[in-house]
Ligand binder design. Structure first.
Ligand code: AMP
Ligand code: ZN
Length: 665
């Protein structure tokens, strides 16, 4: 009996999935390129003749071809944390001491390499990939599913049984070999080469045309499985199981039974790392047992159950040719060294940060010196010292800039500040544009269709001088600009118009009041409810607000006392921006839970974990990530870990259900 078309398609897909896996994950060649392409063509032909059997996870998706204009923002179900760093054996021993105080019993560790690329959160449902989201700010990222699907080593469909619904995290890296080839091709075409594999990997994820992404030799290395029903005992077990269903979990992963074994792993890879096919800047050590992980919990930034060990940076020496001074958004001056180009950690280095005047004086760094350059995690390398034996006899001590390189205003340096500042806040070009760029940024007014380059252009052309001017722009005014198509002009004006609905707390953050970051803006919005009340408040009233200190209060007062700001705010109000909390927010905000600290644990049914946390905060309560004596309530969903439960019981903390909690508010 001959196969049905559907069966034929299905079989081809399975064969191709398998070959992809063998070639890109196992590194085994089981079929020639020619045969592979022939099978793929056959599948493509069948699929286009029979769209009724379409499958978004077919191996044909790896070729790409989907175009994404704007990447949708997605809130992570589980926040993507950073990792604490350590730099020495002592740091690791201290960490072990800290965690041993919290958990009882034996601890085993996993050691993994710290892959240097772009982190990604993948969601699988019933064995197929449904979503890929970048880390973003950890709370929310961009949906880059179409692009990620083109990564050859990533399974779109799992082989064999795993958990039904789960998330898995990994790092998208560009292996060194592929990176080199890409640059050779660019050089041959007379194009500028890419700076380093990490940035090229993360840049690739944001390309609009997934067919372009498909051409890049990206790889996806997995390092964490998140499930909802406690399916796994240990981190290593979860990863090994993930590997068995097709994920590329590097086999450098190793379990250590003691910190000494961890140190042995560190020592081994400190030397061996240069022989890896991709870049690594350290090791990640994790507590292996998942219950113990839960027990340790998280700080505001990172899990307590993991720590990164950073390898010592590579160092080279080269000549310092000259020093430039750059002006940032806040007016801060950064001295930058122009170097004789030199190879360092796989990239060509031409510039390095000198940080500030003290750093230069400390090392007595002079133009003409042979300097030591080091590259850590940051993109810009830094100068860490001078080879005095090579100093030219006519060398002159560096005299730090006295005037702003852009507007020539004399620089100032406040006591206690490491940096010099250009005080010409409202007249110095980079500060003026910087304020506007901050205003439109994602966490602030989130204006679609307008980016930093356009802001610079608009300023240069004299169309805007401050953020209020944005609201006076029209399509007719911006269309004549160079490279401004009618469509982009429309998008930009629509984006500006839409920003009038952005909630007060974000507007407050967008204003760019020094020291008023996102969190502080939220606090202030909640405490004062509208801008008039905030700007009428005196120092005492301001510092009476929880977590608002002198420094922030003084900065708010200085901002509102500046006549120019008063004009700007009046104009923004007239344009219709939100300068008070919405009715809805006001209604939802109570002080019912004031003074109470909550820990949220497990899976919920009526509201998501994030909604739950917001409800706590909206009602005046505090959310903490780990259980301690200060915890008042634990809101327990399904599958709260037994270790947490034990700890809560030991400390006599009330454990309440989702319903109990909803009853409270
Ligand atoms: P950092 O950005 O320095 O705080 O480090 C946290 C990041 O390290 C995570 O977002 C991951 O993208 C990345 N990372 C790389 N390799 C690993 C690994 N083996 N385990 C956990 N995180 C890793
Ligand atoms: Zn200036």
């Amino acid at each position: 009996m001959s196969k049905t078309i559907e069966q034929q398609i299905e079989d081809l897909r399975n064969v191709l999935h398998k070959h992809n896996y063998e070639y890109y994950v196992l590194d085994k060649t089981t079929i020639s390129d020619f045969e592979f392409d022939a099978l793929l063509k056959e599948l493509q032909t069948l699929e286009s003749a029979h769209p009724e059997y379409a499958d978004v996870n077919s191996p044909t998706q790896k070729v790409g071809g989907m175009v994404t204009k704007n990447f949708e923002t997605v809130v992570h179900k589980n926040r993507m944390y950073s990792l604490d760093n350590s730099y020495s054996k002592e740091d690791l021993l201290d960490w072990e001491k800290r965690i041993s105080k919290i958990i009882e019993g034996e601890i085993t560790y996993t050691c993994e390499l710290k892959y240097d690329g772009a982190s990604i959160n993948l969601t699988y449902e019933n064995g197929v990939l449904v979503k890929a989201v970048t880390r973003g700010d950890g709370v929310q990222g961009d949906d880059v599913t179409h692009n990620v699907k083109t990564i050859k080593s990533l399974p779109l469909k799992l082989q064999g049984n795993f958990v039904d619904n789960f998330e898995i995290r990994g790092e998208i890296v560009l292996p060194l070999d592929g990176f080199k080839k890409m640059n050779e091709a660019r050089e041959a075409a007379g194009e500028e080469t890419y700076k380093n594999p990490r940035n090229t990997a993360s840049g690739s994820l944001k390309l609009q045309d997934s067919a372009e992404v498909a051409k890049r030799p990206l790889d996806c290395l997995l390092y964490q499985v998140l499930t909802y029903e406690n399916e796994f005992e240990s981190h290593a077990q979860a990863l090994e199981k993930a590997r068995s269903v097709g994920f590329k979990v590097p086999d450098t992963l190793s379990v250590a039974n003691s910190i000494d074994e961890v140190l042995a792993f560190v020592n081994y890879w400190d030397k061996e790392r240069f022989n890896l096919p991709y870049e690594t800047d350290g090791i990640v050590v994790k507590v292996n047992n998942i219950r113990q992980q839960e027990e340790l919990g998280y700080t505001a930034k990172s899990p307590r159950w993991a720590i990164a060990y950073k390898f010592k940076a590579e160092q080279v020496s080269t000549r310092l040719n000259s020093i430039d001074y750059q002006v940032g958004r806040t007016g801060a001056i950064t001295p930058v060294a122009n170097l004789e180009p030199v190879q360092l950690a796989g990239t060509t280095v031409k510039r390095a940060s000198l940080h500030n005047a003290d750093q230069i004086a400390l090392h007595d760094i002079r133009v003409g010196d042979e300097v030591y350059v080091e590259k850590g995690g940051e993109i810009i390398p830094k100068i860490v010292g001078v080879d005095l034996s090579q100093r030219p006899s006519d060398s002159l001590e560096t005299i730090y800039a006295t005037h702003c390189p852009v507007c020539s205003t004399p620089l100032e340096r406040k006591e206690g500040d490491a940096k010099h500042y250009c005080p010409n806040e409202y007249g110095c070009a980079p500060q003026v544009t910087g304020k506007i760029v901050h205003f439109i940024s994602r966490k602030a007014m989130d204006i679609d269709g307008l980016g930093a380059e356009t802001v610079e252009l608009l300023c240069k052309e004299g169309l805007i001088e401050n953020y209020a001017d944005l609201y006076a722009l029209t399509v007719a005014k911006v269309v004549p600009l160079e490279r401004m198509a009618e469509k982009s002009a429309n998008n930009m004006i629509a984006g500006i118009e839409a920003s009038k609905q952005i909630p007060f707390e974000k507007v407050l953050y967008a204003l760019g009041i020094r020291y008023v970051g996102e969190t502080v803006a939220k606090k202030l919005a909640k405490a004062f409810k509208n801008i008039d009340a905030l700007f009428e408040a005196d120092l005492e009233t301001l510092i009476a607000v929880d977590e608002i200190g002198d420094r922030i209060a003084e900065s708010i007062i200085a901002f509102r006392n500046e006549p120019l700001n008063q004009v700007l705010i009046t104009r923004l109000k007239d344009y219709g921006l939100q300068f008070s909390l919405s009715e809805e927010d006001l209604q939802n905000q109570t002080e019912t839970l004031a003074g109470k600290t909550f820990v949220v644990s497990g899976v919920f049914h009526k509201v998501s974990r994030n909604e739950l946390k917001k409800l706590i905060e909206d009602n005046g309560g505090k959310v903490s990530s780990s259980i301690s004596k200060k915890t008042d309530f634990i809101v327990a969903g399904d599958n709260m870990g037994p270790a947490k439960l034990q700890k809560a019981t030991d400390l006599g903390i009330s454990i309440i259900s989702e319903d109990d909690f909803l009853g409270m508010v």
